[in-house]
Design a protein around this ligand. Sequence first.
Ligand code: ZN
Length: 189
Amino acid sequence: MTEAKKAKILIVDDDDVIRETYVQVFNQKGFDVLSAVDGVEGIDLATKEIPDVILTGIIMPRMDGFQLIKTLQENVQTREIPVAILSHLGREEDRKRAQELGITEFIVQGTITINEIVEKIRSLTKSGGSYKLSFDPYAWDAPRLAKTLPGGSFNCPNCQEKVILEVTPKAEEKRYDAILKCPKCDSVL
Ligand SMILES: [Zn+2]
């Protein structure tokens, strides 16, 4: 068997402690790790190295995480690279902005373990990761399905947000795994 190619991650964050921590962790987990201190450096490395995935902070000097994502999306070379956001503050307005930019992984620092973050990032590197979809809770079999759920509705039992459908392609098969999940607090129904 040939050895699997290492996934290449670019970590962009201006906080030295956080950035160095993630650099170490992803190195230990077998990733090829690149790092940048802000969006400008991030863009430079992303276009030169074409990483398999990017993990970026939001607030940074010179160019912030959102500007970084927009710039990546405008470039044909980099627009397919999956990006996860690492939010230090977990602000709702940032989550909305991320959603508008099509970012499916909005990770709030301190709310999940570092191993869970690594797993989320790993799944992004495989066939682009999972897809988050909204659906009509009144169409087709949705009302019938709702009756089987905790609380009998599609609202998150934790925070009342309407849940979404997260589908993950199974490698090399035309099949998908689907779960109902809260986009706000990540609870799975
Ligand atoms: Zn929730």
